[in-house]
Write a protein that binds this ligand. Structure first.
Ligand code: GDP
Ligand code: MG
Length: 192
């Protein structure tokens, strides 16, 4: 099973159980319908609940990457309500961001660029890890955004890029492991 989850209890919120006693806050952003909640549920190990409540959810998992455990709080709350307060809060709170678009929806790709710009504005001097995700790569015939367009965009926006399929669980593990590596790189460079 392509699960990115190793071992964790999912009931404890913010237990801060990794070696540094700190959980990393990761916020997942993107237009409605691109697959944010699907990806987040795979991360949280609860992807089987088809009729999950579609309001905000937070997933608390520990994953082992490169033989080191990382405690992650994944916030799928971007669409919880339409308040500007929540959007501002999301832009401020993350230690890292996952910006998702659907490869079958050009406008969601354009929205992803917009979010990247907003994020840069909100966190100007900080070099926050961001991963641009082109989801629904399984929908080959309705593709509107090529892999090259996605990766070129990531170069321009100075972030990592990966295409995923939440439906097929393709690259989802790589996405979350890559995210942990990015957070560590940033953490280690800050400690210098
Ligand atoms: P959200 O609004 O961004 O949270 O998107 P959801 O996770 O609710 O997904 C929206 C719709 O797209 C749902 O019907 C999902 O089943 C579907 N979906 C999500 N990811 C994929 C994917 O990788 N491939 C396909 N074919 N459908 C997907
Ligand atoms: Mg959702």
């Amino acid at each position: 099973r392509d699960s990115c989850v190793s071992d964790s209890s999912d009931s404890v919120i913010s237990s801060g159980s990794d070696s540094e006693g700190q959980a990393y806050k990761v916020v997942i952003l993107g237009e409605h319908g691109v697959g944010k909640s699907s990806l987040a549920r795979i991360f949280g190990g609860v992807e089987d609940c088809q009729d999950c409540e579609e309001t905000g959810n937070t997933y608390d998992r520990s994953i082992v990457v490169d033989e080191e455990e990382a405690s992650i709080l994944l916030y799928d709350i971007w669409e919880q309500d339409n308040s500007q307060w929540l959007k501002d809060q999301c832009m401020r709170m993350g230690d890292a961001y996952i910006i998702v678009y659907s490869v079958t929806d050009k406008s969601s790709f354009e929205k992803a660029s917009e979010l990247r710009i907003q994020l840069r504005r909100a966190r100007q001097s900080e070099n926050i890890p961001i991963i641009l995700v082109g989801n629904k790569s399984d929908l080959v015939r309705s593709r509107e955004v090529s892999v090259d367009e996605g990766s070129a965009c990531a170069v321009v926006f100075d972030c990592k890029f990966i295409e995923t399929s939440a439906s097929l669980h393709h690259n989802v593990r790589d996405l979350f492991e890559g995210m942990v590596r990015q957070i560590r790189l940033r953490r280690d460079s800050k400690e210098e």
